[in-house]
Design a protein around this ligand. Sequence first.
Ligand SMILES: Nc1ncnc2c1ncn2[C@@H]1O[C@H](COP(=O)(O)OP(=O)(O)OP(=O)(O)O)[C@@H](O)[C@H]1O
Ligand SMILES: [Mg+2]
Length: 268
Amino acid sequence: MTDATSSPEAAGRTATSDPPLVRITGLRKSFDAVHALRGVDLTLAAGEVTALLGDNGAGKSTLVRCLTGVHPPDAGEIRFRGEPIKLHSPDEARRLGIETVYQTLGLIEDLQVWQNLYLNRELTAGFGPFQVLDKKSMISHSKEILSRLDVDVPNVRATVRRMSGGQRQSIAIARAANWGKTLVIMDEPTAALGVRETTAVEALIRRLRDSAVTVLLISHDMAQVLRVADTAYVLRRGQTVARRVVKDTTGDELVGLITGAIEGDTHG
Ligand SMILES: Nc1ncnc2c1ncn2[C@@H]1O[C@H](COP(=O)(O)OP(=O)(O)OP(=O)(O)O)[C@@H](O)[C@H]1O
Ligand SMILES: [Mg+2]
């Protein structure tokens, strides 16, 4: 962290010196006596994959929920393309092109795969006020979305209730990747996936980056972080303790920063 290119200030600076997509400073959030976030600073450079690391309870999911309008932060600032924003609902975040795959996935068990992919975004067809749900298009587009992402779901008309953990996770990721035009946030997206599905998700993350979508990836898998992320932030007990350029770090260093065996830098 000595040269200018790896300083927190340089994070997210692009060749054209546009503001970073997201800049979070001094974010705090408590739930009664639990101080989940105690001063988080984090920058998401546009078109990069940023990993968010930290032990269980470090505050990663809480940070995501503040960034997606689920929780109002108690203090601190979130800037989006340089402008301070206050998000009051997940819908507001969606309108900015931010999509999230939550740890809990957010699928509706009793709906079919295609209905989950088009949840709250149903296509209609017809003339003027005489609109009906365009089930045929949604089903055929759903097949395309899943095959493009190499998701192995035998039938888009099957209900999610009948899917395996890995299939559910893949459907939730496919939905976010399909609608997230600006920022896709994934909270442990491969935790329940097998080897082949994990490889497909990592390829998808790279494809998103190649199409200029910014990705925030929460992962406990250091090898995965080293494979797909450009930058990594480490949270410890609600505070940012380190930022590393991934190509300049190692899995051992990241683990040391997560556990506290390596002290980290002064942030927040
Ligand atoms: N809605 C809530 N109400 C009360 N406490 C909460 C709530 N959400 C999170 N917390 C607490 O805030 C702290 C941070 O939780 P958070 O879920 O953000 O951690 P995390 O880093 O995502 O952990 P994990 O890796 O286990 O998913 C924990 O102590 C947790 O119990
Ligand atoms: Mg979590």
